[in-house]
Design a protein around this ligand. Structure first.
Ligand code: SF4
Ligand code: SF4
Length: 442
C-alpha cells in the first residue's frame, strides 16, 4: 500500500480509491449466491427471445439482424469468454460509457459492459440494494448476487461514480468482485476537471497493467485505438443511414445492434455491422409514412424494450436516440494529434469525458444542443423523454428539455417507468395519443 502510494506520488498521480475489506461478510454473500443461483443467464436469454419474437411480429427486419438475434439467445459468446478466461485472459466489467475500452484492450483484457435490462435479475438485486432505486442498478447487481454470467466472469469491474446509485453500487458490488471506482468531475469544462479526469484515466491504466501484468505501451495503445476506430466508423455509417426518410432500420433494431457491442467480439461485431449497413444501404426500408421520433433520457437496455416496442408498434419509428446505451455509446472516436503516449492518453481522456451527455454533470446545455441538432438532422417530428423511475438526475433535466422543445415547437412527451410490465396499458395509451396528435398535425 505504502509502496503504491510512493510510486503514485513519484508519477505525480493521486492514489486510487480503494475499498477496505474490513468486515467479514463473506459467508452471507456465499449464502446469497447459493440461494439465488437460479439460471439467471438463461432467464436473460428467455427475455431476449421474447423481445425478438415481438420485434419479428411487428416489423420486417433486415436479414443481417439474425446475427444479433443469435448473439442474444445462444451460448456462443459465453463459451468464447469462458475459453478466453481459462486461457488466462482477464475480463473487465464496465458500467456507463465513460470507461476507456482502448486501455482494457491494450492491456490484453476483454471489456464487458454490464448495464442490464433483465427484469428477472431485479429480485436478486433487491437482496443487496434498496427496492426504491433505479432498475438498471438493481438488475445489473442481481447478476453478482446470483453469481451469474457475464458478471461472474469478471476479474474486476470499473464503475464511474455518476449518480448516487452508481457510487454506492461500487461499495456493494465490491463484496462480490473487485471494484475500481473512477471519480468524475462535476463540470467537464473546467481546466482542473480535465486534469483530474486524466489522473483517473492514468490510475485505471496502472490498475489494468498490474492486473494483467502487461504494460500498456505506445504500440499496443495505438493498435487498440485503431481497432475501436473501425467500430466507430461503422456505427457512424449506421447513424448516417438512420437519417433516411423513410427509415431503413427501426430504433429497436438499432438499440440491439449497438448493445451487442457491449459483450461481443469487437472485430466480429464490426464485420457483421458492416454487412448490416450494406444491406440497409442496398434498399431495406420500413414504414413509409411513420412519425419520426427521437428518444432520449435514461438508457433503454435489452431485454427491457417495452418503450421501443410500444412506439414502433404504432405508426412511428425511433429515427434516432440520445441515450448512453444507444447512439451515445460510440458516437465519438478518439482523435489523435502526434500519436505519442502522452497525446494518446490525453485524447482518450478527452474522448470519454467531453462528449458524455450523462446528466451527472452540473450543466446540461451541451446535451440540449445535441438534442436540437438531432431534431434537425434526423427530421424528428417529436421527442419522447424516458426517465428511469427513481432516477432524479434524468427527471430534473426533463423539465428543461421540455421547455426548450416546446419553445421550439417540437412535440414532447415525458415518460417515467421501470422494468415492470404493470404500466404497459397506460404507456400504450399515452404513446398512441402522442403519435396520433403528431399525425393529425402533419
Ligand atoms: S446515464 Fe450516465 S449514469 Fe446512467 S448509465 Fe448512462 S452513463 Fe451511466
Ligand atoms: S438511470 Fe439514473 S439512477 Fe439509474 S444509473 Fe443512470 S443516472 Fe443512475
Amino acid at each position: 500500500m505504502i509502496r503504491r502510494m510512493l510510486e503514485a506520488f513519484q508519477r505525480s498521480e493521486d492514489t486510487p480509491l480503494e475499498f477496505d475489506e474490513r468486515y467479514n461478510v463473506g459467508k452471507r454473500i456465499e449464502a446469497r449466491k447459493r440461494h439465488h443461483h437460479d439460471r439467471l443467464h438463461e432467464s436473460w436469454q428467455d427475455e431476449n427471445r421474447q423481445v425478438i419474437s415481438q420485434l419479428k411480429a411487428l416489423l420486417e427486419r433486415p436479414k443481417a439482424m439474425q446475427y444479433y438475434d443469435d448473439l442474444f439467445t445462444t451460448e456462443t459468446r459465453l463459451r468464447e469468454l469462458e475459453k478466453a478466461k481459462k486461457a488466462g485472459t482477464r475480463i473487465i466489467g464496465t458500467f456507463c460509457n465513460m470507461v476507456p475500452e482502448e486501455l482494457i484492450y491494450a492491456a490484453g483484457a476483454i471489456p464487458l459492459r454490464l448495464c442490464s435490462g433483465c427484469s428477472h435479475a431485479l429480485k436478486c438485486g433487491e437482496e443487496a440494494f434498496p427496492r426504491d432505486s433505479c432498475s438498471l442498478i438493481k438488475s445489473s447487481l442481481g447478476f453478482a448476487v446470483a453469481h451469474a454470467p457475464f458478471l461472474s466472469l469478471c476479474d474486476a469491474v470499473v464503475i464511474p461514480g455518476t449518480c448516487d446509485g452508481k457510487k454506492k453500487l461500487g461499495e456493494v458490488l465490491n463484496a462480490y468482485v473487485k471494484v475500481w471506482m473512477i471519480e468524475l468531475p462535476q463540470d467537464k469544462e473546467r481546466t482542473n476537471a480535465k486534469r483530474f479526469w486524466l489522473g483517473e484515466v492514468r490510475i485505471l491504466k496502472g490498475r489494468l497493467e498490474r492486473l494483467t501484468r502487461r504494460k500498456i505501451d505506445r504500440k499496443s495503445l495505438l493498435s487498440t485505438i485503431g481497432l475501436l476506430r473501425k467500430r466507430y466508423d461503422v456505427i457512424r455509417r449506421l447513424h448516417e443511414i438512420r437519417r433516411s426518410v423513410p427509415s431503413k432500420i427501426s430504433g429497436s433494431d438499432a438499440f440491439m445492434v449497438i448493445q451487442a457491442a457491449f459483450f461481443d467480439d469487437v472485430t466480429r461485431w464490426t464485420a457483421e455491422t458492416v454487412r448490416l449497413c450494406a444491406e440497409l444501404e442496398g434498399g431495406h426500408g420500413i414504414k413509409e409514412d411513420s412519425v419520426r421520433l427521437l428518444v432520449t433520457g435514461s438508457p433503454i437496455i435489452m431485454p427491457n424494450f417495452k418503450i421501443p416496442i410500444i412506439i414502433e408498434g404504432f405508426d412511428a419509428v425511433i429515427a434516432m436516440d440520445e441515450t448512453c446505451a444507444g447512439s451515445e455509446y460510440m458516437y465519438d472516436p478518439v482523435e489523435l494529434d502526434e500519436g505519442t503516449m502522452q497525446d494518446m492518453m490525453n485524447a482518450i481522456a478527452e474522448r470519454y469525458l467531453m462528449p458524455s451527455m450523462c446528466p451527472c454533470f452540473v450543466k446540461s446545455e451541451d446535451r440540449i444542443d445535441k438534442l436540437l441538432d438531432f431534431v434537425e438532422q434526423y427530421r424528428i417530428d417529436g421527442v419522447i423523454y424516458h426517465t428511469q423511475r427513481l432516477c432524479l438526475l434524468f427527471d430534473i433535466e426533463s423539465m428543461k428539455v421540455r421547455d426548450v422543445m416546446e419553445h421550439n415547437a417540437v412535440p414532447f412527451l415525458s415518460i417515467n417507468t421501470d422494468y415492470s410490465k404493470e404500466d404497459l396499458g397506460q404507456l400504450r395509451t399515452r404513446i398512441e395519443a402522442f403519435i396520433e396528435i403528431i399525425h393529425s398535425r402533419r
